[in-house]
Design a binder for this molecule. Structure first.
Ligand SMILES: [Zn+2]
Length: 90
């Protein structure tokens, strides 16, 4: 758990970081609902701006998950970015 917490510090990836790494499509998958998809990074940047971080992006994407609505404030949705292993597991 401590290792996971330390890793959280490095979690604040921005859309700009994806661009810098040449990632053009960001894959999203959820462990608790059947959703799966990919977002074009260029489109996300256009929508949210380069400085939008992936933590907020995940919350945004999780907000329309059916599993999320059963939660109480914190996302129940398991939406995560499989390209970024382990980073966004709940
Ligand atoms: Zn979900």
């Amino acid at each position: 758990m401590v290792a996971a917490a330390v890793r959280l510090v490095k979690l604040v990836l921005m859309l700009a970081d994806l661009e810098a790494k040449g990632v053009t499509r960001l894959t999203v998958a959820c462990d608790r609902c059947p959703r799966r998809g990919a977002y074009r990074v260029a489109r996300l940047v256009k929508q949210h701006g380069r400085d939008f971080d992936l933590v907020r992006l995940r919350l945004r994407l999780a907000a329309d998950c059916p599993a999320y609505r059963t939660g109480q404030g914190t996302p129940r949705c398991g939406a995560r970015f499989p390209q970024l292993p382990d980073l966004f597991r709940t």
